[in-house]
Design a protein around this ligand. Structure first.
Ligand SMILES: [Zn+2]
Length: 487
């Protein structure tokens, strides 16, 4: 349901110098945002600041609990949401120079082209009904307010048993106001299902891989965005909500990358994994064990990979960070020049703890990315007609990249022992060309399968379960090798 539906909620950037005139133009157009240099009248605003010292001041902003909407590490610009009813005074002068001020009315619903929870549910079911041969749909959890969390599973044929193929996982809208991310996830489902009949590349992907798509992780928050607060980020647990993407258990509250105050937009929740959405996502990921995952967020035009606490890096930098760089290079910025920027969160934004990608990588060997889509000029809710198609088309290159990579260089197999799946087996993989390579440890799935994405080379695989061990040397080229092991 769309209360207060507006004709257009673009970020208007009118060249007008009188604040009063701008506000009335915006009101007539139903705009959520208008430029406005005066911030003494108690309106909600997004301030664009040019920081004097990007890295250190971003940390100060996070630790101060400010609501950072987006940032550009190249220009040192950052957008801060300053609400009229903010409980926290903000002295912007200490951070740097104010470049722009846009007032917004939180009560105006987003551009009606974007999807609310009921529309997402309807679309998910329509995709299934249009392509029952490829699609299964399930509710994998329920929110605090009782909304279903929907997952779409796409593979050919739809009856393929779980675990037979590499899984790629796409999810959107951990953060309620990031409405464009839902469009990207739904477009992936539409694209794969409608292209399958005629596009040999899509046939190859769906014959060989399983794609899981969660278009809306946080429907309660989304409902709030559509019914009274277009700048809402968290879910709605308690009176103030929890930031679902600071609530995952790995390093929860671990590195000043979240807030302990329920009033702040990065509130981590009362305990690790306390939220229904977090628990449901963890259960789903544990069950399907994706090879790759992309969590779509907005905005800033970044590709983020783990780990997210200061100075921490994953052991498999070649695959994880290299893949992030390749993906970023496929994404041209909305301004038309330059590309998305790859990096860890602590390198190009700020430290994050309790985020999904660190948990996925650490617990389940998933290679996970966050893509912060759209630029600072587009923001959270750019004009649907101007930006929706451009954005979803551009982002196809990213999710298609991870599907192709999941089907490329690497080793996939199943470990069994006396005819049964060796459910407690661990596979250690080391690159023989790298002296002293610590390698990676992969816990097999509950059905005994494992999947390691590798760069071409010669590897030693040591498969161990209890006191039994099998060792193999494999030459990995450009394709995915199948290697089953009996202990
Ligand atoms: Zn986000």
């Amino acid at each position: 349901m769309k209360l207060l539906a507006s004709t257009r909620s673009a970020f208007l950037r009118p060249v007008v110098s009188v604040a009063v005139a701008i506000v009335s133009v915006a009101a007539l157009a139903g705009s959520a945002l208008a430029h406005d240099g005066d911030d003494s009248d108690g309106k909600s605003r997004i301030l664009t600041l040019k920081l004097r010292d990007y890295k250190n001041q971003m940390r100060e902003l996070v630790e101060g609990g400010y609501d950072i909407a987006g940032a550009n590490p190249d220009t040192g610009l950052v957008d801060i949401v300053q609400r009229a009813d903010s409980r926290q005074p903000f002295d912007k002068a200490i951070f740097g120079q104010t470049v722009d001020v846009r007032s917004f009315d939180p009560a105006i619903a987003p551009d009606p082209g974007y999807k609310n929870p009921a529309e997402v549910e309807e679309l998910v079911n329509r995709i299934k009904n249009n392509h029952p041969d490829l699609v299964q749909v399930e509710s994998f959890g329920r929110t605090h307010e009782g909304r279903d969390l929907w997952a779409i599973r796409i593979t050919a044929p739809a009856t393929t048993k779980d675990g037979d193929k590499p899984v790629v996982f796409l999810n959107a809208l951990h953060h309620a106001r990031e409405v464009m991310t839902v469009e990207v996830a739904l477009d992936a489902a539409e694209y794969l299902t409608t292209q399958y009949a005629t596009n040999p590349e899509v046939q190859n992907w769906l014959n060989r891989a399983e794609i899981w798509i969660v278009p809306m992780v946080n429907p309660d928050g989304s409902n709030k965005v559509w019914t009274g607060d277009n700048m809402w980020r968290k879910n709605t647990t308690g009176s103030d909500g929890v930031d679902v993407n600071r609530n995952y258990p790995y390093r929860w509250n671990g590195c000043n990358g979240s807030s302990g105050s329920p009033y702040n937009d990065t509130y981590r929740g009362p305990s690790a994994g306390s939220e229904n959405e977090t628990q449901a996502m963890m259960g789903l990921i544990e069950r399907i064990r994706p090879v790759y995952s992309i969590s779509f967020h907005s905005y800033s035009e970044l590709v983020l990979y783990p780990y997210s606490c200061d100075g921490e890096r994953v052991p498999q930098r070649e695959v994880v960070e290299g893949g992030g760089r390749e993906m970023a290079n496929l994404l041209v910025s909305d301004a038309g020049s330059g590309k998305y920027r790859p990096g860890t969160s602590w390198e190009i934004l700020y430290a994050v703890d309790g985020g999904d990608i660190d948990w996925m990588y650490h617990e389940h060997n998933v290679i996970p990315y966050v893509i912060e889509l759209n630029g600072m000029s587009q923001g959270f809710q750019p004009s649907f007609s101007a930006w929706r198609n451009k954005t979803v088309t551009k982002l196809r290159a990213a999710w298609q990249y991870v599907i192709k990579r999941a089907l490329g260089s690497g080793v996939r197999g199943k470990v069994s022992s006396s005819g049964e799946s060796a459910v407690d087996a661990v596979v250690r993989i080391t690159n023989l060309a790298k002296h002293g390579d610590a390698g990676q440890m992969i816990k097999v799935k509950s059905d005994g399968t494992f999947h390691a994405v590798l760069v071409p080379g010669t590897y030693k695989l040591v498969v161990a379960s209890g006191n039994r061990t099998v060792e193999r040397t494999v030459l990995v080229g450009g394709d995915l090798l199948r290697m089953d092991v009996t202990l």
